[in-house]
Design a protein around this ligand. Structure first.
Ligand code: CA
Length: 727
């Protein structure tokens, strides 16, 4: 799941260890847009996919999640370049109707922007005027929020022949008429009784809508499915991890799971309430039309420690296909090859990060490669015809492995990292948030460089010896009893200094860094590269910025008044190039680690907006309302004894912190409990935490997890946190 259970951890031992329109026509080529009669002739028949395959022929559009099937996020548009970037200004801002996390890559078809927002809503916006044409709201029930690890985000829709496809947080795949915004069909892709969610964008290949799901932190069994774009009928399904031994699913994965995967697992993950060992395909896919291969990135194991998930000591405990890239046939789901990046993953090192397909000249030979910067901190160049490793080098701070064996492709594991085996806590780089998460990277064919939003942070990993899965909420099997919040602002600042984020330009042939730009925060946005030799990225500090693609020199910035996680895109209409980004704070970092989500001036409220820019536009955002000064609650009488507080802390860290923040410090997305009136009133607290009085807003009742006494102990802990807070 995306990201980050523990983007960091907060205790002193760990802290020490973490190093821690004027001249439009003169400015380059923007192809004519295709409004004119006859211009769509060559597209009127056949597979819409040929338009995505030939995306460079219509750079005015952004037809697919990564712009092209290779997911390069490079646009040849070059009207905006070094000479005029200072004239880039705001055309318009469209305020979204939700202030939860925003991660969407908008699509653009003939000047219409199709973006998605939190709660799986879809917007059609006139790209030139910024006027909303329609919004589709799938009406995801609020209580679905409790099934997600990392906010109620959505990363985008797919477009195919006049229809849009969106996966909803509650597991539906919906086809929408792109002209009217009306639903055409809807199909449930998951068992709604289980904590599956969808946050990723579908891809459409050969008339099949491919969609995965999330939920590994809750112990589901991952899979990817293909649905007929016209009818919504299920075509095939591929499970990424085995189910009950000897029982077939009747799925495309049956043979390969029996042949390759089953013997790499032990234990009884299929017996669990939620049915599986993880391996969700929650984000990345790419497609090579010439080889006709679909590549999927598979996530982490459900229950992190292998000592819990697959406990028998066997010679092969790789747990296929966790943390792997798997190549499938898009028409049948048939397995072709796999490459496992993190065998027997127990650090949440998913391989669901963005994969780019490109051709590189390596050792004098032209190679068809898949390049990948997964969470585990190594940059992989893989032969995408057969899945063989070409090279792998660390692109970030890594201590779980000393390198990757060139022959076998296996990591040279640091024995201390196997905390299941040692039984000891281990401080690992990267953290479970990864050296790179879902925020997409980009590659420019002009520079040959890959631009990666990187993050260096550590986290302690320790097996929970008394682990008992709970019916609701996360179940990862780590001992989080030591997690606490820093006590002072100075400590917060120190931790933030040790968690570094940067934009990295990487040469995938030489496997070397070319430049980096250090950023103020660690959880920054996805990346766009353009034909104007520009790299655009929004950041945690609340700016959309442009850099020189060749050397990282900062060229332009815009104060978006809100942190940006989503990647920018570029497109054109009537001879004018535009840049669009969905601004918004939230996402996993905004929930679990609010304390680190602060901008330069402390916590920034999320202003979720679609922003669009072009040369010589002069729009301005309305002035920010004055942020109310944060006051700690009126003195709340202490609740409970020291041992109640200690027990409440364990329960809180187990189930509550993923949304309400480590140390009960909110990130500004969901209520900061220290300021909540509910902590002053035991009965009100019980009605919310036990009985679910706020379920429609995502706060379900947790009676199934806790007795009323334990719920009162959690209150004791939160009250204590409020009283202790000095920042
Ligand atoms: Ca995960």
């Amino acid at each position: 799941m995306h990201m980050t259970l523990f983007q960091s951890c907060l205790r002193s031992r760990w802290l020490l260890l973490s190093a821690c329109a004027l001249a439009l026509s003169a400015c380059g080529s923007v192809p004519e847009t295709r409004d004119g009669a006859g211009s769509t002739e060559d597209r009127s028949s056949g597979d819409f996919g040929s338009r995505i395959v030939q995306a460079d022929k219509e750079p005015e559009n952004w037809l697919s999640y990564g712009r092209d099937y290779q997911e390069t996020r490079y646009s040849p548009l070059d009207q905006i370049g070094h000479a005029n970037i200072r004239r880039l200004g705001l055309n318009w801002a469209y305020d979204l109707d939700t202030d939860r996390g925003q991660e969407s890559t908008p699509l653009v078809v003939d000047g219409i922007i199709y973006s998605t927002s939190a709660w799986s809503k879809v917007q059609a916006i006139d790209g030139v005027s910024g006027k909303l044409l329609w919004q589709f709201d799938p009406e995801v029930p609020g209580e679905t929020a409790a099934k997600g690890c990392c906010d109620v985000v959505n990363r985008g829709a797919a477009y195919w022949d006049g229809k849009l496809y969106v996966g909803t947080l509650d597991g539906r795949l919906i086809a929408i008429d792109a002209r009217t915004g009306r639903q055409i069909w809807s199909t449930l892709t998951v068992d709604a009784k289980k904590p599956y969610t969808i946050t990723g964008a579908p891809r459409v290949i050969k008339g099949r809508v491919i969609i995965g799901n999330a939920g590994a932190e809750f112990g589901v069994r991952g899979y990817v499915s293909a649905y007929d774009a016209e009818t919504g009928r299920l075509g095939w399904r591929f499970y990424t991890v085995p189910g009950k031994p000897g029982v077939k699913d009747g799925a495309a994965s049956d043979d390969v799971l029996a042949r390759l995967a089953a013997q790499t697992w032990s234990g009884d993950s299929w017996r669990r309430t939620n049915g599986g060992g993880g391996g969700t395909v929650w984000d990345s896919m790419s497609y090579d039309p010439a080889l006709d291969l679909l590549y999927i990135g598979v996530g982490n194991g459900g229950w992190y420690p292998t000592g819990l998930r697959s406990p028998a000591s066997k010679s092969n405990n790789d747990n296929l296909f966790l943390a792997s890239v798997v190549a499938l046939r898009p028409e049948t789901g048939e397995y072709v090859w796999h490459f496992q990046e993190t065998p027997g993953d127990q650090w949440d090192y998913t391989s669901t990060q963005h994969m780019i397909l490109t051709d590189l000249k390596i050792d004098g030979r032209q190679r068809k490669v898949l390049i990948h910067a997964p969470k585990n901190g190594f940059f992989y160049v893989i032969d995408r015809e057969d899945g063989r490793l070409i090279s792998a080098r660390p692109y970030a701070r890594v201590n779980w492995a000393t390198g990757i064996d060139q022959k076998t492709g296996r990591p040279l594991l640091n024995p201390a990292a196997d905390y299941s085996k040692t039984g000891k806590e281990w401080i690992g780089f990267p953290s479970s948030g990864g050296a790179h998460s879902w925020q997409p990277m980009a590659m420019s064919p002009r520079t040959g460089l890959v631009y990666i939003p990187v993050r260096d942070a550590a986290m302690p990993f320790a097996i929970d010896r008394s682990f008992q899965p709970k019916p609701l909420g996360l179940n990862v099997g780590l001992d989080m009893s030591g997690m606490a919040a820093p006590d002072t602002k100075a400590e917060v600042d120190r931790i933030r200094r040790d968690m570094t984020g940067y934009l990295l330009a990487w040469d995938p042939v030489r496997q070397k860094e070319v430049w980096r730009v250090r950023l103020a925060g660690d959880w920054n946005g996805g990346v766009l590269a353009t034909g104007g030799d520009l790299v655009f990225q929004g950041d945690m500090d609340g700016y959309l910025r442009a850099y020189d693609a060749r050397n990282g020199a900062p060229l332009w910035s815009f104060d978006a008044q809100s942190a940006i996680s989503a990647p920018p895109i570029t497109w054109a209409k009537d001879g004018r190039q535009y840049v669009t980004v969905v601004a918004g704070w939230g996402t996993s970092a905004g929930l679990g680690f609010g304390v680190f989500g602060w901008g330069r001036d402390g916590p920034r409220r999320n202003h979720s907006r679609v922003l669009t820019f072009s040369l010589d536009a002069t729009g301005k955002l309305p002035a920010l309302p004055k942020e109310p000064r944060r006051e700690l609650p009126p003195v709340v009488p202490r609740v409970g004894t020291a041992s109640d507080i200690a027990a409440g802390k364990i329960a809180y860290n187990r189930t509550c912190f993923a949304c309400h923040g480590a140390g009960a410090i909110g990130g500004g997305v969901v209520p900061d409990l220290r300021y909540s009136a509910a902590i002053e009133d035991a009965a009100l607290w019980q009605s919310i935490v036990a009985d679910g009085a706020l379920a429609s807003r995502g706060m379900i009742g947790f009676k199934a997890n806790f007795s009323s006494r334990e719920i009162e102990q959690i209150r004791a802990y939160v009250v204590n946190a409020a009283l202790r807070s000095k920042y």
